[in-house]
Design a protein around this ligand. Structure first.
Ligand code: FAD
Length: 308
């Protein structure tokens, strides 16, 4: 199960306990999410500094060019934002799910495109490997994700969006290998990805129970990147098709168990939806933060716009 843990300081527990005849210790521990503990505050401050000083000056340029600035991405790695939720033993920061939500919200206030890159890395790609992969895959790929590699999650296809497990990408067994054929569509981070988590059906007769997750390196023979989509609003958060033309991978590239890919995908997608919500809240807050000062400054008909 994907866990969503959150620890709060004792001071917060006493401040926000409900009043009544039962003692504070017996009361259910329910806290307002706006009350951040010291670690959460520090992380928000760190992301805010990065967003204001490094991301903000590049937002227009990256949006115009539909490309993320490589130096900026490197800085995100250096600040450990790309391995936020990953266990420190692999080089990550090991933050809680709630802290990840806060970080994505904060970054989205300035640029939802780089927030999308960070979000997918931390909420889809890393947890799928960390929760379900074997130690060998974790050692290799989680370390890469923390250091300098971007991962992408390749589930959707032109024919299968909401109905994701009606996918047509197949994985045919060939001795100790599988041969992947198909085309993935709408894959975020594909143009900058070093590897893909590819969901393919290894036993179409079993329906979704044949869906299996494979790790495939970007430079593997037969992996071809399709045209980049031109997105509205998050142009630098690049999305593209990924074609798999007889990609031969060893069975050791299966993440978790054969035939369990659909289960893993649903689990990480459910958690990731919360992070998408944070991204949209941050984006809305960013628009608000830009708009209010202008309304206070701009005058028409002898009055500030905000006073109408
Ligand atoms: C910004 C962005 C990033 C993405 N990144 C990734 C990624 O990294 N990896 C990846 O694999 N995919 C990615 N996708 C693809 C995404 O997962 C699909 O777009 C999504 O699953 C919806 O599929 P679809 O676009 O084909 O819409 P459709 O499935 O065609 O749905 C169209 C509409 O019909 C509605 N609908 C569908 N089925 C039903 C039903 N049974 N009852 C009622 N209404 C229904 C839907 O709610 C929707 O409003 C991304 C998409 C976007 C927009």
């Amino acid at each position: 199960m994907f866990k969503v843990p959150r620890k709060l300081p004792i001071s917060a527990i006493s401040t926000f306990s409900t009043t009544g005849s039962i003692s504070a210790q017996q009361q259910p521990r329910v806290f307002p999410l706006q009350h951040l503990n010291e670690n959460e505050k520090k992380l928000v401050e760190k992301v805010k500094n990065f967003a204001q000083s490094s991301v903000k000056p590049l937002v227009r340029e990256m949006d115009r060019d539909a490309r993320i600035n490589k130096q900026l991405l490197k800085k995100a790695f250096d600040l450990k934002l790309m391995g936020l939720k990953i266990d420190p033993k692999y080089g990550g920061s090991g933050v809680s799910f709630f802290e990840l939500v806060l970080a994505v919200e904060e970054l989205s206030k300035i640029d939802p495109a780089i927030a999308l890159i960070m979000h997918l890395q931390n909420a889809l790609v890393a947890p799928l490997i960390e929760e379900f992969g074997n130690e060998e895959l974790k050692e290799k790929y989680l370390k890469k994700l923390c250091k300098d590699s971007v991962g992408a999650f390749a589930l959707s296809e032109v024919v299968s969006g909401s109905d994701a497990f009606a996918m047509q990408t197949v994985a045919k067994k060939d001795g100790d290998h599988f041969i992947l054929n198909g085309s993935k569509w709408g894959i975020s981070n594909a143009p900058i990805a070093d590897f893909f988590l590819v969901l393919a059906n290894a036993d179409p007769e079993k329906g979704y129970r044949g869906v299996t997750c494979f790790i495939v390196d970007r430079d593997h023979e037969g992996v071809v990147l399709g045209e980049q989509d031109d997105n509205l609003g998050m142009r630098a958060g690049t999305i593209a098709q990924v074609h798999l033309n007889s990609v031969r991978v060893p069975k050791t590239s299966i993440v978790g168990e054969y035939g369990k890919g659909y289960k893993y995908a649903i689990e990480v997608l459910n958690a990731s939806r919360i992070v998408i919500g944070a991204q949209m809240v941050g984006l809305a807050q960013g628009c608000f933060d830009q708009t209010i000062p202008y309304l206070q400054e701009r005058k028409q008909f002898g009055s500030r716009l905000i006073d109408f």
